[in-house]
Design a protein around this ligand. Structure first.
Ligand code: NAD
Length: 476
């Protein structure tokens, strides 16, 4: 299928401010990374509209905070149903602005509505801290106020709802700001929110990469829920200091996959390939450094090269396409430069050829024989390129895996769960998966160590990050 969106689906994007769907102060073209054609002119908010959105959220806060949690939950569940009902339209739009294959876009929307349902099921019970003859002390969780939800371009809808849902469930109001290259599906979800939530409870603005700082410095924003690069995360933290904002920072990663010597190369290769290449490698938690023991190194490399050669790359709206383009030109140029650095230092055993024609396409690329100092190994490349690194001693592989400024996730692959668990215990990351990857259910928190982040998302712990602990200490 190569269906383009109807004009009615592309031509009417609006910001959501104070319950009203409004045009921006100007527009910004959103480019389809598969064709380099304009998908739509997106409304672009100016500073005054960003301030209006915060003011609307602030005005809506007391009423929303006083709304019983069960009612807030019921509205969130309506949003999940509305996303499901519009799934196909939204998925086609997401493919056109983000580049991912249509199946991947449908999957993203299903995870998004599933996350809303999973997160909305959480509770904020009143806990008794102590109860003695002299006193009863309870802990309640109060909302913080206005939350700014700032999202990246790799999973725009999942990232949006994963912040929106716990923020709203806890009684906060929200201003959402998507990445400038993927704002359209987020604005459409904003339209759904306009029909469901009271005015001002959810606001959605779009920018040209210039309003994030307005939100993070705004005195009326109480918390920033941010997902993006480590470099931007540092700016967010600095800017939030003046007003002591609460922060959740989900940042970059350079995840290691550690393969043990007891696996079958043919069985493990497709799993590693998926772990590295899903969403064309544009996943914070993608496997980005693959450590393989020398006894099976050549066999694993050969299997990975076969998979890369067979991969179907193209426009995500075309049938059978498994891998779309990189999302934007800047990312495309960055990954191409990293491939050239890898070509000079290692051996490209699949992919790596320049792409002819429009679109930011890079075929899945496998590189062997690289030193750990190569850019592909030590930087977060965020593309469909897999360095396969040889090791002889497992302890060395663990040390090399930990020798990174990042600590988001990792995977361990072994026929022995006990051996894999021992390795997992030694890895300095927020999540370690054993014999699986990217399992992120809404009731399990995730977050990064070191430069990968601050705080967690998902699960009860993620919900609590949208609340303030309040102690009520009663004399008896
Ligand atoms: P980015 O940091 O460039 O942008 C993220 C968001 O921040 C965008 O909405 C952008 O407009 C906004 N922004 C830009 N400057 C800002 C400022 N000064 N203050 C506040 N906001 C500002 O990231 P990206 O390129 O969109 O996304 C890719 C990055 O996101 C990768 O590093 C990836 O690993 C990371 N990521 C992390 C996770 C996670 O959960 N840890 C998930 C997905 C992506």
């Amino acid at each position: 299928m190569n269906a383009q969106l109807k004009p009615s689906q592309t031509g009417d994007f609006r910001l959501l401010i104070g319950g009203k769907l409004v045009p921006g102060a100007s527009t910004i073209d959103v480019i389809n990374p598969a064709t380099e054609q304009v998908v739509a002119a997106c409304p672009r908010a100016d500073v005054a509209q960003a301030n209006e959105a915060v003011a609307a959220a602030k005005a809506a806060f007391p009423g929303w905070a006083a709304t019983p949690l069960a009612e807030r939950r019921a509205l969130l569940l309506k949003l999940a149903d509305a996303i499901d009902a519009r799934k196909m339209d939204l998925a086609r739009l997401l493919t056109q602005e983000q580049g991912k294959p249509l199946n991947g876009a449908i999957f993203e929307l299903m995870v998004a509505s599933g996350n809303i349902r999973g997160l909305a099921a959480l509770e904020l019970p009143v806990e008794t801290v102590k109860d003695t003859d002299e006193a009863k002390v309870v802990r309640v969780r109060s909302p913080l106020g206005v939350v700014a939800a700032i999202t990246p371009w790799n999973f725009p809808v999942i990232m949006m709802v994963t912040k929106l849902t716990p923020a709203l469930l806890a009684g906060n109001t929200v201003v959402v700001k998507p990445a400038p290259t993927t704002p359209l599906t987020t604005l459409k979800v904003g339209e759904l929110c306009a029909e469901i939530f009271p005015p001002g409870v959810v606001n959605v603005i779009a920018d040209a990469n210039d309003l994030g700082g307005v939100l993070t410095a705004h005195p009326d924003v109480a918390k920033i829920a941010f997902t993006g690069s480590t470099a931007t995360g540092r700016k967010v933290m600095a800017s939030a200091a003046a007003t002591l904002k609460r922060l959740t920072l989900e940042l970059g990663g350079n995840d290691a996959a550690i393969v043990l010597d007891d696996v079958n190369p043919q069985e493990i290769a497709p799993k590693l390939f998926f772990a590295a290449m899903v969403n064309s490698g544009q996943v914070c938690l993608a496997a980005k450094r693959i450590f393989v023991p020398e006894s099976i190194y050549d066999a694993v490399c050969a299997e990975l090269a076969k998979l890369a050669a067979a991969a179907k790359v193209g426009n995500g709206l075309d049938k059978g396409v498994e891998f779309g383009p990189l999302q934007n030109r800047m990312q495309f140029e960055k990954v191409k430069a990293i491939i050239e650095d890898a070509r000079a230092q290692g051996k490209i055993i699949a992919g790596g050829e320049p792409h002819e024609g429009p679109g930011f396409f890079i075929r899945p690329t496998i590189v062997s024989g690289l030193p750990d100092s190569a850019r592909l190994v030590c930087e977060e490349q965020f593309g469909p390129v897999m360095p396969v690194l040889k090791y002889s001693k497992l302890e060395d592989a663990i040390a090399r895996a930990n020798a990174s400024e990042y600590g988001l996730g990792a995977t361990v692959w072994s026929a022995s769960p006990e051996r894999a668990y021992e390795v997992a215990m030694k890895l300095d990351t927020g999540t370690v998966w054993i014999n699986k990857h990217l399992d992120l259910p809404p009731d399990v928190p995730y977050g990064g160590t070191k430069q990968s982040g601050y705080g967690v998302e998902l699960g009860q712990q993620g919900l609590l990050e949208f609340t303030q602990t309040k102690i009520i200490n009663m004399a008896k």
